[in-house]
Design a protein around this ligand. Structure first.
Ligand SMILES: [Zn+2]
Ligand SMILES: [Zn+2]
Length: 135
């Protein structure tokens, strides 16, 4: 399950959340608008304490198969809020990505998600609105 953030004034859109088909999450730099892939060891999503490599998209000959290269930047996921999963207690996995300088422009402007009503990073006139997506 993910979230699509899209601007009401321009073509900006961003898919938040983890894609179980490709095993990647995505982040976007709100300064230079570069998108990066965040592949996890398991396609089902990240573990708490997992080191995630920030990867740059590369051109792929095969459509629908994401192709990416490590940028050398990485971060460790942290433990977020607890939630009940059946009779187990699990934790949300947080990406402390605001602390990481963008591999492209060096600004600490990476985001893995947007809030409803955020200013659009592309046109800065529009507002971002969210819609839920079931992968
Ligand atoms: Zn950047
Ligand atoms: Zn916009």
């Amino acid at each position: 399950m993910g979230q699509e953030a899209s601007c009401n004034k321009c073509s900006f859109s961003f898919l938040g959340g983890h894609d179980h088909h490709t095993g990647i999450s995505e982040c976007v730099c709100t300064s230079c608008l570069t998108y990066f892939a965040l592949p996890t060891a398991s396609v089902w999503g990240p573990e708490v304490g997992e080191r995630i490599q920030i990867c740059r998209y590369a051109k792929s000959k095969k459509k629908h198969i994401p192709n990416y290269k490590k940028t050398g930047s990485s971060f460790i996921t942290t433990k977020g809020e607890e939630f009940a999963f059946g009779d187990q207690i699990r934790h949300m996995v947080e990406y402390p990505i605001e602390e990481i300088p963008c591999p492209e422009c060096n600004e600490k402007s990476l985001k893995v998600g947007f809030e409803e009503g955020d200013n659009c990073p592309k046109c800065s006139k529009g507002k971002v609105s969210l819609s839920a997506i079931i992968f």
